[in-house]
Design a protein around this ligand. Structure first.
Ligand code: MIC
Ligand code: SF4
Length: 639
């Protein structure tokens, strides 16, 4: 039978279930990645699984998020990560080596392999032909311990790219167009698989820009074939020997098909405060810009930085614009420096930041009050930049450079008829000296634990009934940035008691006090609850505060899995109109929860009078996890 790329990779990795879309499958994971903000909890959970060494072919621990180090917490956490990596056979990429997704693409990704990462932008690896999926830290810990990763057999959407991009239009505009068409909701359970004649002109980092921001669509992942372009990229990284061809069979079948003519794509931006709020730049020209930030795991490649440098060379940014440039990796930074591009950027007035997430996650470079900030990142959620009143627009590097030069939103095609010509070197600078490779004898290493490191909280198994107040009612598209803010709160990721004080801080700063007073309760939400980041803290911290159930119109994949992993029941309204009847303070009661979650539906009592119907779409494994009080308890029971 003819197969598409996704089916080929899944067939080679499936260890449980069958490849029937919509059913649960268990996949063997070849590689894992973690970053520091999710990594500390992931490794603490891995330790609790009591394994001597990781069971994967390769596990890499990156440090790229918590880089500000204002206080001892981050440095201590990095030290914990370095020593825990040594002990358990994990490769450690030191702070300064770059953003996990960019470095993984350059130095470790292998076409046809499975990669599970505790970061929602792990699908960046799809640019290289990997099946690369984002998950909560505990799922990554379980994969490191050798357990399969469970997900729903996806529906594969074929995205055929034809034609070629016009001058000053780039890969970022392609994914922005897809976000305009498909939005950030309603794509759960799908994988976007790219093909077509348009692929030839897209390099691996450009493909990776598209798969990276596919995360914003809410798809499980996105994947490109592994072809001659992939081979060229791996050759430049001196890793040609890991290359193999991977393409769909001619008559492969798909759930849905989309065709995009690249020659029709135009420079676009995502307006505040959602990546799917997309318009063409030419229709927004004239809006004054205060800040421009270039970099992140979406657009921090060498081509991105060289393009911006070429546009800005010999010119100056106006005095009201603060321009920040951060290369995606140390390799990119070093090569851009040696090519003179960083000097050109500095001369134009740019502020050069470290190779890290930085501005993208509100760690530094927060814009001023009401400021307009144009960024090449992937998320512009309210308050993510660290400034609630700021208006963040997401764009390509070309558009960002034009905005920096003009000091206002500007279509980059105004810069000229032909794009700056960038010739990438055939061989990249390879220096892995900031990557620690563990040896067999390292398993004697002592793990360092600073005072910021707390153990994962012990969770109780499920009770017979769920009773509690509706602590908060929220609308559609609530992101995990709303639930568990990052930025200046990021340094508490290893300290659940402290971090829990900030649950729902951007929406309801009193939530923590309310939850403590009521000894827990219930959250009511609209469509697409839990968009964005994979941070499992958005489930773990509410659970720590006693939240036992979230009733929503719909959930996003990673967050739903995280809720279950920490024993919070995800329920959906049978009749959407019932959402309107519920109010904060209502008292909810669900009897015989264990029977109800197995039956798949229940009647929920409100204020001892009325009731409404909810549904639970749970696999047998998910039911068992919930009953056990989460994944860690469940794995202990199995032992
Ligand atoms: C993000 O881009 O939102 C993050 C920060 O990288 C998160 C991970 C985290 O919250 O630590 C993600 O994408 O999963
Ligand atoms: Fe880092 Fe931003 Fe990428 Fe998340 S999206 S990994 S914060 S650069």
């Amino acid at each position: 039978m003819s197969k598409n790329i996704v089916q080929k990779i899944i067939e080679a990795h499936i260890v449980e279930g069958t490849m029937k879309p919509g059913t649960t499958i268990g996949l063997q994971i070849d590689q894992t990645l973690t970053q520091d903000a999710t990594g500390t909890m992931a490794y603490l959970q891995f330790e609790a699984m009591q394994k001597e060494r990781v069971a994967t072919e390769l596990s890499v621990s990156y440090v790229d998020h918590n880089m500000l180090q204002d206080g001892y917490e981050n440095a201590d956490d990095h030290h914990y990560l370095q020593t825990v990596a040594k002990k358990f056979g994990i490769v450690f990429s030191r702070p300064g080596n770059g953003i996990c997704h960019q470095v993984h693409l350059e130095r470790f990704g292998v076409p046809g392999k499975t990669l599970l990462g505790s970061d929602s932008h792990t699908p960046t690896g799809g640019g290289l032909g990997m099946l690369a999926i984002g998950a909560g830290g505990i799922d990554v810990a379980a994969a490191m311990a050798g357990y399969p990763f469970y997900c729903t057999m996806p529906k594969v959407v074929k995205v055929e790219l034809t034609g070629a991009l016009k001058p000053y239009v780039s890969a970022k505009d392609v994914i922005l167009e897809l976000l305009r068409l498909k939005t950030t909701k309603g794509n759960v359970g799908k994988i976007f698989e790219y093909c077509g004649t348009g692929l030839e002109s897209l390099s691996v980092p450009e493909r990776a820009t598209i798969t990276n921001m596919g995360a914003e669509l809410g798809v499980t992942t996105s994947v490109f074939p592994s072809d001659s372009v992939t081979k060229t990229f791996l050759k430049a990284q001196k890793r040609e020997k890991v290359w193999s061809v991977l393409e769909a069979d001619e008559d492969a079948e798909y759930y849905e098909e989309i065709t995009i003519d690249l020659s029709k794509i135009v420079p676009s931006v995502a307006l505040p405060h959602s990546p799917d709020n997309v318009s063409h730049v030419k229709d927004l020209e004239g809006i004054k810009v205060d800040q421009v930030c270039i970099g992140s795991c979406t657009n921090g490649s060498l081509k991105d930085i060289l393009t911006v440098a070429k546009i800005l060379k010999g010119k100056k940014v106006p005095s009201h614009v603060s321009l920040i440039v951060a290369a995606g990796s140390r390799q990119v930074l070093e090569m851009a420096m040696r090519a003179g591009a960083i000097a050109d950027l500095v001369a134009s007035g740019a502020r050069i930041a470290e190779s890290m997430c930085g501005f993208c996650i509100g760690v530094g470079q927060s814009p001023g009050t009401n400021a307009v900030s144009v960024r090449t990142g992937n998320r512009n959620f309210l308050n993510r930049s660290g400034t609630k009143s700021a208006k963040v627009y997401l764009s390509s590097p070309e558009t960002a450079a034009a905005c920096a030069l003009y000091g206002e939103l500007k279509d980059p095609r105004k810069l000229g008829k032909t794009s700056p010509k960038i010739t990438l070197p055939q061989t990249f600078t390879i220096d892995d000296s900031m990557i620690d490779i563990p040896t067999e004898s390292d398993n004697e290493a002592t793990i360092f634990r600073g005072p910021n490191i707390g153990n994962p909280p012990h969770l109780q198994p499920m009770k017979n009934a769920i009773t509690g107040k509706v602590l908060l009612k929220v609308g559609d598209k609530i992101t995990t940035d709303h639930i568990m803010p990052a930025g200046k709160r990021l340094k508490y990721r290893s300290n659940i008691a402290k971090y829990s004080e900030f649950v729902f801080e951007p929406i309801d700063p009193k939530f923590h006090e309310k939850a403590k007073k009521e000894k827990g309760g219930i959250i009511v939400a609209g469509l697409s609850y839990g968009q964005g980041s994979s941070r499992e803290h958005a489930a773990l911290c509410p659970r720590y505060l006693g939240v036992s159930m979230v009733i929503a119109k719909s959930f996003e994949r990673i967050h739903r899995a995280n809720l279950i992993n920490f024993g919070i029941v995800p329920a959906t309204f049978k009749m959407v109109r019932d959402y309107g009847q519920l109010e904060e303070g209502d008292i909810i009661k669900l009897n015989a929860v264990k029977t109800c979650i197995s039956a798949g539906h229940a009647s929920v009592e409100v204020n001892g009078e009325g009731s409404f119907e909810v549904e639970f779409d749970l696999s047998d494994r998910e039911i068992a996890l919930l009953k056990a009080g989460g994944l860690l308890n469940y794995l202990k029971e199995q032992v």
